[in-house]
Design a protein. Structure first.
Length: 185
């Protein structure tokens, strides 16, 4: 098997922001040559699909500045400190954005959404046994919870009507998990 790994030779900070850090690295290529890699260092995130006993989920309607449009999304948020437990983040974001607490949280997996230019990883969860609490949005955070049948949200994802990658992935992972659980004796 060919070694495809690129080895860092140097790394230069380009931008050190509140959320993102941009780096420019020189790397040694597998053939011995060199190249430059510009990439974003991201702390990671957690996304959660809340599920009520009647089959309803809660998405959140939120405006996203970079694409300049409003999206329907699963509740999600970034890891605030290095090494923070993604399940803790999922629980926190669920309550902050929807006002619900999860009695049971099931890990659905983790995915890298932007492997060409970022090390971000998103951890996905299914939240069940929900109890009402209070929303606690951060300063400058504006969103609206939208109840949708999970089956309809999955159908919207399959029809290409939902355009947020983490939401589509989260819904499909939740659907697969629930189908697997239902097929067990």
């Amino acid at each position: 098997m060919t070694d495809l790994q690129e080895k860092p030779l140097s790394s230069t900070p380009v931008y050190d922001g509140v959320l993102l850090k941009v780096r420019r690295d020189e790397v040694r290529l597998p053939d011995g040559g060199t190249s430059v890699r510009e990439w974003i260092d991201h702390p990671g995130a957690a996304a959660v699909v809340p599920l009520f006993p009647d089959g309803t989920t809660l998405l959140v309607r939120q405006f996203r500045y970079p694409p300049r449009r409003t999206f329907l999304e699963v509740p999600a948020g970034k890891l605030d400190v290095a090494g923070e437990d993604p399940a803790t983040v999922a629980r926190r974001e669920l309550e902050e954005e929807t006002g619900y607490r999860a009695g049971r949280l099931t890990a659905l997996g983790a995915l890298y959404p932007c492997i060409g230019y970022s090390n971000e990883v998103i951890h996905f969860f299914l939240a069940e046994d929900l109890t009402a609490g209070e929303r606690d949005l951060s300063d400058g955070e504006f969103l609206e919870p939208v109840p949708v049948l999970l089956a309809e949200a999955v159908a919207q994802a399959r029809r290409g009507e939902l355009h947020d990658m983490k939401t589509v992935a989260a819904l499909l992972l939740a659907e697969a998990h629930l189908a697997g659980r239902a097929s067990k004796p």
